[in-house]
Design a protein around this ligand. Sequence first.
Ligand code: ATP
Length: 448
Amino acid sequence: MPAKVDMDKIVSLCKRRGLIFPSSEIYGGLASCWDYGPMGVELKRNVRDAWWKAIVHERDDVVGLDTSIMMHPGVWAASGHIDSFTDPLVECKSCHLRWRADAVEGKRCPKCGGELTEPRMFNLMFKTSMGPVEEEASTVYLRPETAQGIFVNFDNVITTSRKKLPLGIAQIGKSFRNEITPGNFVFRTREFEHMELEYFVKPGTDEKWLDYWVKERFDWYVRLGIRKENLRLRQHGKDELAHYARDCYDIEYLFPMGWSELEGIANRGDFDLIQHAKCSGRELIYYDAEAGEKYIPYVIEPSAGVDRSVLAFLIDAYDEEEVEGEKRTLLHLHRGLAPVKVAVLPLSRNEKLTPLAKEVFNKLCTNFVTDYDDSQSIGRRYRRQDEIGTPFCVTIDFESLEDKQVTIRERDSLAQIRVPMEELGKILEAKLEGEAFDASPLWATREK
Ligand code: ATP
């Protein structure tokens, strides 16, 4: 099944509408680094918030955490990242470009044809120095995942949260990986944001919880608007499992370059707690006072990327259609994810309309992310809002001055309803919570 949109169209829309810009652009950019613009920062925040709400706030068996990016180097020795977080690389002897050994055929550089070295292992962690002296002892790593911050705090959380197992600890934060083949826009970058849950369970119940979380996470994407037919599950083969994993499923999305991982859900067993207990000398055990038993919990880990999710939501929402002979590009983003919820658009920049329109804006912006736009023609302003996925536009026209009513226009159906200004806030709130847009023929019209 072909993907319906090219990545180029997404990249160009993101640039055009202030969602995502190439990083350091005025200096020519920095490979695979991207900056989120005024619309992108809202979208990204909404994705994070939707995850946090579903994983932490709407449950009583998960708590949150925010740990530091730089951690004791012993953490990475214990976790296996120093020894195992490596890819075999070959380097071109002429242009010195490095390639993943499994991505090149033959012994010649795909770029310049130069001779390639034998494969060498290359660690994907970024190193830096802590403190004023650069010496081996001060080497620290930028974390390649947020999970280890959770494992090393297991005991702190268990003893302070007064919760029983099964218990999850969730974290959202930046991770860094010196990826050899970054690319496909924000799909794979060297700096990205993780949303990770470590769900600690009693051994023996782990398979049940793995199934539970696979379903839960799959449904989360569907609830937020991704079409089911663009998602699929793939179980890792035994030869493919990471060194810590007993079992693992990928949720894959049909990206423009083909089916690719969107999120991984792994059964990490007791690998991490055992390793950290061994290497730190601290006991990491759960004591179930009621049952009078002690055990080392197993861990189920749903691990997702904020940026990769943002990309999937954008791709799935992208649409082009023809309205009255003109092309309309729009994002059918879920209303919870849309960067702007309501746009206030006075029919024109007119001294009589402006005060009323500003009044409407000032009221709405305390409740919803609201945009005010009075430049250019109303048609062009609608198009701009469509392209960033704004669910509702509120138009103030000359009649509004008389009857104190305004028009709400719905993004997907283009239906319009006229409502009293006084009720606008309440009506929009209900619509943003999912109430149907009542396009009853008596008082609704379609945009001409
Ligand atoms: P991939 O093989 O696709 O790079 P991975 O299997 O190494 O991913 P995990 O370690 O399982 O990824 O990380 C969990 C999630 O974090 C991924 O499913 C993805 O959404 C996100 N992620 C991982 N690496 C990157 C990256 N370099 N850039 C953006 N997102 C990433």
